[in-house]
Structures are given as C-alpha cells and as structure tokens.
Design a protein around this ligand. Structure first.
Ligand code: ADP
Length: 485
C-alpha cells in the first residue's frame, strides 16, 4: 500500500477552533486515516487561536496583497495536527467567531475570507509549497468550496477533488459582481460552474466541480437529493448521484472515553454502570435539579436553532414533566430559543435546568450523567452527540432523520427481543411524535433491566472512526487512480 498525500481545507478544526461537527471531523480524520496510508495535512485560517497554538511555524509563501492585505502561509504542528495556516491578519485576526461577530452578524468580508482560504488551498494543491504535491484536495463545506473551482478553472494538471458537505443549510452565497475580484473567469458564471440562483455559490461550486461529493451519512446523502431535503441543490445533486456517497462520522475514542475521561466526575464503563449515578447526581447539582436518583434525567447538548428542534422539545415539555422526567439543557444559539428554555427553567425549578454557552467539559458531564440524550432535529446530516451518548450509556432519543436514523437502533419490540436496541427514534418530526417517544422512553426506563440492556448495547456500538476512515481511504484511492478530469 503506497502512502498518499491529501490536503484538507477546513475553516475549523478541533481542538483549535470549533463551532460544530465540522471541526470534530476535520480534527479526527487525519489521525484516523494515518493507519490507512493516507497522510493528511490541513489548511486552516490563521484565527488568533490557531496562530497561538501553532508550534515553530515555518514560512512557506508570502503575498503582498491577498484579497486586500499582506499574508503569509505558515506550516507547523498544533495539537498533533500537521497544518498549513493562512496568516492573513486583515481577514482572520479579529475577535468574535469564525464567521460572525460577537453579536452574531456575519462578517461583511466572508466572501473574500473564504475565497482566500480556497485560493490558497488550490495553489497548495498545485505545488505552491515547493515539494509538496498532494494527490487529492479534500474541501470541507462552503468555506472551502471554491478550492474545487480554482482547481477546475486553473488550466493546469490538478489533484483529485472531494467536496464534503457537513450541512447543506450553510451554502455561502455572494454577489455576482465579485466574480472578477475573486479571480474566477467570466465563463465560470454558469449553471455548470459557480453560478447559483444569480449569485456565486461557494458550496454549489464545490458540488458541481468536485470529482466526488461525500456527505456524512448514507441517509442524508439520499435526503439531499429530494426537494424536501435538498435546500435548492437537489436538482444538481440528483444529476450527480453517481458521484455522491454518504460516509458516517465517528467520534475520537480518546476524547470520548467514559473509562478515562478527565472531564467527568466519576469514570465508568459498561461493567460499572452504577457509577453513572454519581455523574447523574453531579449533573443534577450543576443544573439546579432535584437530587432524585430515580427521576429520568434527559439531556440536550446542542446549538439552539430551528434545525435542532428545540421548539418541538419546548412544546413537548408538559408531557416530559407529566412523565416525571427532568431536563438539563446545555446550548447556545437563537435568542428566542434561549429565552424559551430559560422561561421553562424558571417555571419548573428543580425539574428543568439550563446552562447557556459553549462548554466542552460540561458536554462530557451531560453525556456521563444523563439517562437519555435528546436529539429532536428536523434534519441532521450525521449528528455527533448521539454517537457520544451511545458511548457514554446515555440512551439517545432521536428524530429518525439523516445520520440519526443510521446510527441508532430503535427499541421496537422486535429490536428488544433481538437484543439489538440502542435508543428511541421518532418520525415524522413533530411535537406529538416527540411526546409519544418521551412516553415510550419513560416506559422503557421504568424497566431497569431492559434499560440497562439498551445502555449496554449502545456502549458496545462501534462509533469509532475505524470503518469511516477505511471508506474515505478507499474512496480517495479510487479517485486518485482515475484519469485526470
Ligand atoms: P452541529 O455540527 O450541527 O452543531 P453535531 O451534532 O454534528 O451538530 O456536532 C455538534 C458538536 O458540538 C458535538 O461535538 C457537541 O458535543 C458539540 N456541542 C454543541 N453544543 C455545545 C455546547 N453548548 N457546549 C459544548 N459542546 C457543544
């Protein structure tokens, strides 16, 4: 097996900078692919947190003017990741989030920021860094989408390209008048190129022009080809269905290991599930919930957004409470949803608790202490929290959409009889169906032996990167072997 070099282009990477699952994947894939003979180096923006973490940076290239200011490309290691860092202070050295300011307003120059990232990704793919010649460029989400366009229109022999969609809802659409300033030829502004409903579509460009498209679960790969799930891109995706596949995400078992997790109160494993009770008690204390060891404690760790079905959960709250359950919400996001959760906590002290913000350690605490983890998403490309929940013996209660449907085995009578059940699913995704799933979960929880079986099945599920990494490696090899496109 000859080793292959892959350049990943990603706008976030765990543990340096993260707003969602994309960062987890970009952070975990390089390590997971290494045993398969795939060497991944990742190009990321030089946000302050990334610059700070980069060890012994070596300059690779410099620009006097890259989309409005001087920039340099650095290479080095950070958190055991082999990185190229685009150090462009006018684009990336600012407080706030990667895409928006502290008030949640998108940065006004996102078009230039992520065109710069993609442009440099494409240049690296074509030998910008001396002897480095990746055989494949792996673009993650809209922020990297234009890399496929720059390579396509570059007019040179190019590496193979893969566009991975982590969430089709984020598409990166910008004014057509920017075309020339982005360095794209006039001919690229066509339905077969970067044009998207009269604008420039960064994700669209990647989906149209990459050699292959992946998304993060087989079911989501099918859903995005339908008008209901395609978010305007289903026609294009149907046309490329023979070049589209779904590969599930895994979780990093070193980060998510309940038997040796420094972020939780009491480590435990499947043979010592009793110890979870201590984590449950700690969680109840942290969220101001009644210290009741028998109450069904439901957790939610999520961006608070329409996608995640938080409003559906608030609608189902009376049923949740009537079943005697407690609810612990960790999340941040839309103001009206935060207000709704806060109001529920105020109205039901001891039964509903919330912590707003992004708190990695507490996310581990919720997984380790909650009896069940809620994921009532309207759509979910893969979902990571249910994978962590399986690993931590928190029974996932999920909407049957996207990767949630692919990773959780519903506790139907047949699945229970077969000893296969790992969680609870509901469909269609609405409040009444969530209510009935909550009732079903409470019923299962009341039978402690059956519940333990479901927990143990979940903990035995393979949620690692092992299989997904093999699938990516096989895909990369097959594309590299194809004649240049
Ligand atoms: P998405 O990428 O759509 O937000 P995923 O389930 O794919 O959803 O990934 C979310 C990741 O972010 C998970 O690793 C989850 O644990 C984490 N996460 C979400 N919200 C929070 C939060 N408030 N605090 C800590 N971690 C969070």
């Amino acid at each position: 097996m000859t080793a292959i070099e892959v350049l990943a282009v990603a706008s976030e990477i765990y543990p340096l900078i993260k707003t969602g699952g994309l960062a987890d994947v970009a952070g975990a894939l390089p390590g997971a692919l290494r045993p398969h003979g795939v060497k991944v180096r990742t190009l990321v923006p030089g946000y302050p947190a990334v610059r700070r973490a980069l060890k012994r940076p070596q300059p690779v290239h410099a620009w006097d003017d890259l989309f409005g200011g001087p920039a340099q490309l650095l290479e080095g290691m950070a958190a055991r990741l082999s990185l190229f860092v685009l150090d462009a202070p006018h684009l990336f050295d600012r407080p706030g989030g990667p895409y928006a300011d502290a008030q949640g307003r998108d940065w006004g120059d996102n078009a230039q920021r992520f065109a710069a990232l993609a442009r440099v990704g494409a240049d690296l793919g074509q030998g910008l860094a001396g002897g480095y010649a990746p055989a494949l460029v792996h673009a993650h989400d809209w922020q990297a989408g234009l890399a496929c366009a720059y390579l396509h229109y570059g007019g040179h022999p190019r590496p193979a390209t893969v566009m991975t969609v982590h969430n089709l809802a984020f598409q990166g659409q910008f004014d057509r008048r920017l075309l020339a300033s982005l360095g794209l030829p006039p001919s690229s502004f066509s339905p077969d190129g970067v044009e998207y409903y009269g604008s420039i579509g960064y994700l669209k460009a990647g989906l149209r022009l990459a050699d292959w498209i992946t998304t993060v679960s087989p079911t989501y790969a099918a859903e995005i080809c339908t008008p209901e799930g395609g978010m305007g891109l289903d026609g294009l995706l149907r046309g490329r269905a023979d070049r589209l596949s779904g590969i599930l995400n895994g979780v990093d078992l070193n980060v998510w290991n309940p038997a040796a997790d420094p972020l939780i109160d009491t480590p435990f494993d499947a043979e010592h599930l009793d110890l979870r009770g201590l984590n449950k008690a700690a969680l109840q204390t942290r969220f101001g919930l009644d210290p009741d060891p028998d109450a069904l404690l439901l957790g939610l760790v999520s961006r608070l957004s329409w996608q995640k079905g938080v409003d559906l959960l608030l609608g189902a709250l009376p049923v949740l409470l009537a079943e005697g359950a407690q609810l612990a919400v960790l999340g941040s996001g839309e103001a009206n949803l935060e207000a709704g959760v806060a109001a529920a906590a105020a109205a039901h002290p001891g039964r509903v608790g919330c912590v707003f913000g992004y708190d990695e350690a507490l996310a581990h605490g919720v997984q380790a202490g909650a009896d069940a983890l809620l994921v009532p998403s309207r759509f979910e490309p893969c979902g990571l929290t249910q994978l962590c929940a399986l690993r931590y013996g928190a029974v996932p209660l999920v909407a049957r959409v996207g990767g949630l449907g692919d990773t959780v085995i519903d506790a139907s009578p047949m699945a229970i009889a077969a000893g296969a059940a790992t969680g609870v699913q509901f469909s269609p995704v609405n409040t009444p169906m969530l209510e009935s799933a909550l009732r079903r979960t409470a019923g299962l929880y009341a039978d402690r032996t059956a519940w333990r079986r479901i927990q143990a099945n979940g903990m035995a599920s393979d949620v690692s990167w092992r299989t997904p990494a093999r699938l990516y490696a096989d895909l990369f090899r097959s594309l590299i072997a194809e004649p240049a496109g």
